[in-house]
Ligand binder design. Structure first.
Ligand code: GLN
Length: 514
């Protein structure tokens, strides 16, 4: 697979760093809800709410981490401090699970651990993604393949972690959870050692300069000076105007979302940030017309991507219920645990990510490669088709009868094809479209769609049909699994169609970026 071989060595350092970091993230996450209910004795609803807030907030903080990296810290330092905070978080989780006889202390340590994990992820996640792009010249045709390889690294970690941390921590004995968290903590330390010892050897730009040291904003200033590029400047009046607009907008949005989601501070925070931060960037007076237009493209596509992740993230919620209650998981007399389905996706990602760079380069050589917005639309279409596939399996299903494992496996395979077309290509696109001074912040904004989608996913999962309960969505009655899955067929199908129709226009707005 020559497409895979011809990449800078730095990519493989980022690959390995991400594998280790994602191992720690997904390992902890795999046993977290069980830890809350079985060891800390939270009821199911409270545990689900803590879990939902945690997974929502880890994708909100990349905004702050991205901003800090672009403006002050630079990528390398952000990765280091991000991983350090995550390590502290994992060890606090380990300590929490080691002090189960003192409930108050265990709870305090757990909340402390989550806070560090959320802050650490905010610094790590957007910056490691932005770093990939800096290994290449702008316009390098290998970028989509590079992000796909990076994504493979992410998923090697996501695949192995639940198996290992689950094996160590989820034994039925609440005293064992600590071993799962310890494994995650050790992996985070390994992430730090790996990155810190290897970064000076491998992280160089194509012209041989070390990358990720100087913050993007400073580096761009130096470049502009050298190339005599002049950006419009923000004067005092402009800054004051922006502060007033952002202040008023924030107050207005918080008030509105307080009514929409009473008491749900995580949703209020996420939805407010989703509007305020993107507007804040657009108001930046230093943006040229072309830069602003490209940023608009990121926003429009990020909006559609929310529909992808909201349907995709049913994996941890309604689809796991479906696996557990309505799927016949018996293989040669042995019953596969329902949670194992969660490992199917990262496994498929690793397989498909190996093939896809070759496919893109094959198409590119024949001038047939779709543009990035079209790839996003293809991703959404495949998501819709995955749900359509399972609709055939559950049509006319009699309650109490289980369907074959083939349906859910097929759905996950089709969804993963969609993910490979959408997610790494999305990261690559954000990198290509962002001005260097906003490279990590724009990744943070991109991840906001995951934060929002996670919130929506929880709400949509509540539509899972239950006997004796009438559930409706915009007047559409959801009484059977078929009705439920159809919601996602329609939702992602419509989003895909609109994005297909918009893709020519979006391409124009990208001003030469492919
Ligand atoms: N599995 C990917 C990761 O952990 C997906 C992230 C996302 O954008 N939702 O990086």
């Amino acid at each position: 697979m020559s497409a895979i071989k011809s990449h800078p060595k730095g990519l493989y350092l980022i690959f390995a760093t991400s594998t280790a970091e994602r191992f720690s993230y997904y390992g902890m996450r795999a046993i977290f809800i069980l830890f809350l209910t079985q060891a800390l004795m939270f009821d199911k609803e409270a545990a689900a709410s803590i879990y939902g807030s945690y997974t929502g907030l880890v994708y909100l903080t990349p905004l702050i981490g991205g901003y800090l990296a672009d403006k002050y810290w630079g990528i390398r330092r952000s990765i280091f401090w991000g991983a350090m905070m995550m390590a502290i978080g994992q060890f606090l989780m380990f300590m929490s699970a080691s002090t189960l006889n003192n409930t108050e202390v265990a709870h305090g340590l757990m909340y402390g651990g989550l806070t560090f994990l959320i802050m650490g992820n905010g610094c790590f996640k957007p910056t490691v993604a932005a770093l990939v792009g800096q290994l290449y010249e702008p316009g390098d045709k290998r970028l989509d393949a590079a992000y796909t390889i990076f994504y493979m690294g992410v998923n090697v970690g996501s695949f192995a972690a639940p198996l290992i941390c689950g094996y160590l921590g989820d034994t039925g004995n609440p005293q064992d959870f600590k071993w799962g968290f310890l494994a995650s903590g050790i992996m985070t330390l390994f992430t730090i050692v790996l990155f810190e010892t290897q970064k000076n050897k491998y992280l160089f730009s194509p012209v041989g300069e070390p990358i990720g040291i100087i913050p993007g904003a400073k580096r761009e200033k130096q470049k502009d000076k050298a190339e005599q590029i002049v950006h419009p400047k923000m004067d005092k009046r402009m800054k004051l105007r922006n502060a007033v607009i952002i202040g008023l907008l924030t107050i207005l949005l918080i008030t509105f979302f307080c009514y929409a989601f009473p008491g749900d501070w995580v949703s209020i925070g996420i939805f407010t940030a989703c509007i305020v931060f993107p507007v804040l960037v657009l108001l930046d007076g230093s943006l040229t017309k072309i830069e602003r237009s490209r940023i608009f493209v990121i926003y429009i596509i990020a909006f559609f991507v929310i529909f992808f992740w909201a349907a995709y993230e049913q994996a941890g919620a309604s689809l796991t219920l479906f696996a557990s209650e309505q799927t016949d998981r018996t293989i040669l007399g042995w019953e596969m645990p329902a949670s194992w389905f969660q490992s199917f996706n990262p496994l498929f990602v690793v397989l498909l990510a190996y093939i896809m760079p070759g496919v893109w380069s094959f198409l590119s050589k024949r001038k047939l490669e779709p543009a990035s917005p079209t790839k996003q639309a293809i991703g959404l279409l495949l998501l819709s088709l995955g749900y359509l596939f399972i609709c055939f399996g559950v049509k006319d299903l009699i309650p109490g009868v289980k369907v074959s494992i083939v349906w859910l496996t097929g759905l996950y395979f089709i969804h993963t094809m969609g993910e490979i077309a959408l997610s790494p290509i999305g990261l690559s696109m954000v990198n290509k479209l962002s001005p260097l001074r906003f490279a990590s912040l724009m990744m943070g904004i991109w991840y906001l769609s995951t934060a929002t989608a996670n919130k929506f996913a929880g709400m949509l999962s509540g539509l899972y049909p239950e006997e004796g309960k009438v559930k409706t969505l915009f007047g559409y009655q959801i009484a059977t699994m078929y009705d439920f899955f159809m919601v996602f067929v329609i939702m992602s199908g419509i989003a895909s169609l609109i994005l297909f129709l918009l893709s020519k226009k979006l391409q124009k707005m990208m001003h030469g970026v492919e």
